[in-house]
Unconditional design. Structure first.
Lengths: 362, 156
């Protein structure tokens, strides 16, 4: 097939096709300062066959029986020189990679998501009626707690699981519950006036939430006071002592950079010179690692660069050049890097030797 | 403010609707994205440079909003009332079906370039501007996307 033939087909497929615009909610037009997401009714619109054909593009690949496409992130964490991840290249299941030996082995057939509480690792898996939380240790997985239904787990701390219900459309606030792992007793913990968290995590004295607006907030676990740490848009974040390092931008119109702020909202400052690709940053020790595809050289050519930034000294170094990553996970001896291209590959960058090796993938 | 925005909604609403439908996984998500995009436009309207075409600026807002809202939905899938069988074309061309699948399976950064480039015949410069990437990067992604699509269709 020639480029011209493909062009013609793509224009036919993707050319405009809707016959009527969506109706804009009256509240949006009349109140420009509205922050909460307004509810709106879903209207059944008459669709032309072409519209349905175009809409079919957005269906999941598996709907059409398509092959595996690497997403921009995988479920992963690193502890003591071992990378734990849900392996999408092996039809999922929990795997562990020993960085020193290069050995990769499966420790569970189950697919779920990983949570961290200090040195403890947990693995939450959905069963039919409940979510089961396992503790990951040298022996493998042992059942730790069980919560009825399919909640969104925020964190685990001292035998208590913090969670909230799955979001419903039009939801304006979120109630966080706690369930003690032994008694199974469920209690309402706190209600925050936000919904649709981008990310949330328990830190020492706070529940920290990132979302589109306001970007980063901290909820005091003792008195439920809410402090806005950053007004703009915030994405991934990590705790660093009494501070939080996070990806942020002043608004939706600008790219994200790395910032740091104290957990009481003071001393906000910009860390990275370059815009980073959302999700592709990680902290280990006093170093932050991030990827940018907007590095401009002296001849004004753009390049892909993976950087390390020492938070103590301010020193920034280029670690990897011309490789495109959508996720970085830093550990003691090295950095795991996900390249989603061509089915995806997970790499390991060794700090000491500066070498990049393939862990798993295409 | 409401009056000033209304004329933009009247003129550009259909185009933004089309873009939202092409970007999103479901009709619900597309309507959601549409509302959030206009909300962002209204909040930032005083920063809109009127010498720039409004449609391109609004596409940029829409793509950024899409990335923020949907690109990395983690452990909180939205409970929705999705229309049963959404995505089933009632009449389809087998060639177009193969192409639809192939576009759907492109990695996100390539898919965005393809959708924007063939949607309303935007130029590569416009696509680069909307995605905030260098024009060379937009060009190379489009080239790569075409190669992947051709291989995929010919293989099928």
């Amino acid at each position: 097939m020639t480029d011209a033939e493909l062009d013609k087909k793509l224009r036919k497929l993707l050319g405009t096709s809707e016959t009527k615009a969506f109706t804009l909610d009256e509240k949006i037009l009349s109140s420009p300062t509205v922050r909460a997401k307004p509810a709106f009714s879903i209207k059944k619109l008459a669709m032309a066959a072409a519209c349905l054909a175009v809409a079919a593009i957005i269906a999941l690949p598996s709907f059409f029986g398509g092959g595996y496409q690497c997403s921009s992130t995988i479920e992963m964490t690193v502890r003591e020189g071992r990378g734990y991840f849900v392996n999408p290249w092996a039809k999922h299941g929990l795997y562990v990679h020993d960085a020193a030996s290069g050995i990769l082995e499966r420790i569970s057939k189950l697919s779920g998501w990983i949570m961290v509480d200090g040195d403890n690792l947990y693995y939450a898996v959905k069963e039919k009626q409940a979510t089961v939380i396992y503790q990951i240790n040298q022996q493998g997985l042992t059942e730790y707690a069980r919560i009825q239904g399919h909640p969104v787990i925020v964190g685990v701390r001292e035998d208590t699981i913090y969670w909230h219900e799955q979001y419903s459309q039009g939801q304006q606030s979120t109630t966080i519950y706690i369930t003690h792992r032994q008694s199974g007793e469920k209690k309402e913990f706190i209600t925050v006036p936000f919904a649709m968290f981008y990310s949330s995590a328990l830190m020492e004295d706070h529940l920290v939430i990132s979302r589109v607006s306001p970007g980063l907030v901290a909820v005091d676990l003792e008195d439920a006071v809410i402090t806005v740490l950053f007004e703009g848009v915030a994405g991934d974040f990590i705790e660093y002592g009494n501070s939080i390092v996070f990806e942020g931008s002043p608004d939706d119109l600008q790219g994200r950079k790395l910032y740091i702020v104290d957990n009481n909202g003071e001393n906000l400052r910009l860390l990275s010179q370059h815009e980073l690709n959302s999700g592709a940053s990680s902290l280990f020790g006093s170093k932050v690692f991030y990827f940018s595809e907007g590095y401009l050289d002296k001849d004004r050519n753009y390049h892909f660069r993976t950087f390390s930034l020492d938070l103590e000294t301010g020193e920034q170094q280029i670690l990897i050049e011309e490789m495109f990553f959508t996720q970085l996970i830093a550990g003691e001896g090295g950095l795991y890097c996900l390249d989603p291209g061509s089915g995806g590959t997970l790499y390991y960058y060794d700090y000491a030797t500066g070498t990049l090796s393939r862990v798993v993938g295409k | 403010m409401a009056e000033g925005i209304q004329k933009y909604v009247d003129e550009y609403g259909l185009r933004l609707t089309n873009l939202c439908v092409k970007l999103c996984r479901s009709r619900n998500d597309a309507e959601d994205l549409y509302q959030e995009t206009w909300l962002t436009i209204i909040k930032n309207f005083n920063r809109y440079d009127q010498s720039r075409p409004f449609d391109k600026w609004s596409y940029s807002v829409c793509v950024n909003t899409y990335r923020n809202l949907y690109n990395r939905q983690k452990r909180a899938p939205l409970v929705t009332d999705e229309i049963e069988g959404f995505g089933q074309p009632s009449v389809f061309d087998p060639d177009q079906l193969a192409l639809r699948e192939a576009v759907a399976e492109l990695e996100e950064k390539l898919k965005l370039v393809v959708i924007l480039y063939y949607f309303e015949d935007l130029s590569l410069d416009d696509v680069a501007h909307i995605l905030k990437i260098p024009q060379g990067t937009a060009k190379s992604r489009l080239f790569k996307a075409r190669e992947v699509l051709k291989r995929r269709i010919q293989h099928d």
